[in-house]
Ligand binder design. Structure first.
Ligand SMILES: Cc1ncc(COP(=O)(O)O)c(C=O)c1O
Length: 451
């Protein structure tokens, strides 16, 4: 099976005993007292969640297999790059006296992603920045950029020049032409349109793996591979750049393994494993990684320049190693949220139990009549989420009073609001749940308690 959960194969036996029974052990020589769950009320989860967790047994097991596969790949890559504690030290200034940490991390990262080369740096502000460096590496005046998977993520509109970047140096400012192939009606790639989509000036095709914050399907790596083949058949010199944000480790293969010339993403999402405090990466063919590095720094400085102050290297190595586990939690959270919310009548995307291709779960809250509509649980949800969040639980969430009608909740890591141009109050609101560590919050939402 080629899906995200292609790991639904035998390593784990299928459990046919559905009902959950807490494993109660009363005889122990340990001095540590372990609470024994006697009554239904003692269960840490509310009944809807218990039921959903039980019914998702095989999906969760498949995720465990996925985590094991990806972690094994990282382990091997760390061993091959001879990662040692001396690589955690970091450096200041030009970074010339760095003890090889950047090199080891780049090497391991490249191997993990099946790429020729990689650059992983704190100096990438975010995913948008890394993607921008990759696009500027490929494109020159007169070239065309073709977005293959519909409109790109919001922040790229300014990078490309679709939305006013007011001569700040967008691709458009530099004479790069832009075109996009809208998604097909089913929300996937429009294969018919892609067959002969390229023009002689099409220098770069951009493929966005994740739905981002839109109501669309995310792409499987196999679909990305198929698209790349179709692009290269039309013109082998057309370069393919994949926006890999939110997709890393959701499958056991990555777009750089199926022909992408470059992939780019953010360490404050999946591959930072919730540990990396900042940074991003570009990986792919060596020539183009070097060109992207020259956009990050300056032509001629090379990829071995730049400081890595403080404990940054340690957190990068640690976060990358833990990333498959964090991604696994996010996928399980997505399955659980979809299951419970769909059972309560909410519209969700992806649908319950369908294979995942990123760590985003979208729930659709209809709010036609304003904040106090009986359906406007989004606001209760947001309040509850803020109340139960790890950092900033003492704050009140007023994002619904701003220009950001949509709420993106990244449980336990960070939270953010992004507008999608919906007029407030008159159209549905979208709440995106990206749960790396957010399950307790979701569970509380279903069963709010006062602090
Ligand atoms: C698909 C996709 N691409 C790019 C980005 C931009 O990443 P960043 O916010 O780190 O700049 C995002 C952000 O959520 C995204 O979802």
């Amino acid at each position: 099976m080629s899906s995200a959960l292609s790991c639904l194969t035998p390593a784990y036996p299928t459990n046919t005993r559905r009902p959950f029974r807490p494993n109660i052990s009363v005889r122990s020589s340990s001095r540590v007292s372990v609470p024994v769950l006697h009554h239904h009320h003692d269960h840490p989860f509310v009944p809807e969640v218990v039921e959903a967790v039980d019914s998702l047994y095989s999906e969760f097991r498949a995720v465990d297999n996925l985590v094991a596969r990806n972690t094994a790949r990282i382990l091997k890559a760390y061993q091959n790059a001879r990662v040692g504690s001396h690589h955690f030290g970091g450096c200041t200034g030009y970074g010339h006296d760095e003890a090889g940490g950047r090199e080891a991390l780049d090497k391991a990262f490249a191997e993990i992603f099946g790429a020729e080369s990689a650059i992983v740096r704190s100096q990438f502000f975010s995913g948008t920045h890394a993607i921008t460096c990759a696009l500027f590496a490929f494109l020159r005046p007169g070239d065309e950029l073709l977005a293959v998977a519909g409109a790109p993520y919001d922040t790229l509109e300014e990078v490309i020049g679709i939305r006013g970047s007011n001569e700040l140096g967008s691709l458009k400012d530099f004479g790069v032409i832009y075109r996009e192939i809208p998604l097909a009606v089913d929300g996937g790639l429009d294969w018919d349109a892609l067959v002969d989509a390229l023009k002689p000036q099409t220098k770069c095709a951009l493929i966005q793996r994740s739905c981002g914050y839109s109501w669309r399907r995310s792409l499987s790596v196999n679909d990305i591979g198929r698209a790349i083949k179709m692009i290269k058949m039309q013109n082998p010199n057309c370069l393919v750049m994949v926006d890999n944000c939110y997709g890393e480790f959701v499958e056991s293969i990555e777009p750089s393994m199926v022909g992408a010339d470059l992939i780019a993403g953010s360490l404050i999402k999946n591959p930072g494993g919730t540990i990396a405090p900042c940074g991003g990466y570009v990986a792919g063919r060596e020539k183009w990684v070097k060109a992207a590095a020259a956009r990050l720094s300056a032509p001629g400085l090379g990829i071995d320049c730049g400081s890595t102050p403080g404990n940054i290297m340690r957190s990068f190595f640690q976060g990358l190693f833990l990333s498959p586990q964090m991604v696994g939690e996010a996928i399980k959270g997505g399955f659980l949220i979809a299951e419970v919310m769909a059972s309560k009548g909410y519209k969700v995307q992806p649908l319950p139990r369908v294979p995942r291709h990123d760590t985003v779960q979208v729930g659709w809250f209809v709010c036609i009549f304003g904040f106090f509509s009986p359906n406007s649980n989004i606001f209760l949800y947001k309040m509850q989420l803020q109340n139960d969040t790890i950092i900033g639980s003492y704050c009140l969430d007023f994002t619904f009073l701003t220009n950001y009608p949509n709420c993106c909740s990244m449980g336990g890591v960070s939270r953010d609001g992004k507008g999608h141009g919906y007029p407030k109050l008159m159209v549905p609101f979208v709440c995106l749940l990206n749960f790396y560590a957010g399950l307790p919050q979701f569970i509380k939402f279903l069963h709010p308690t006062k602090k």
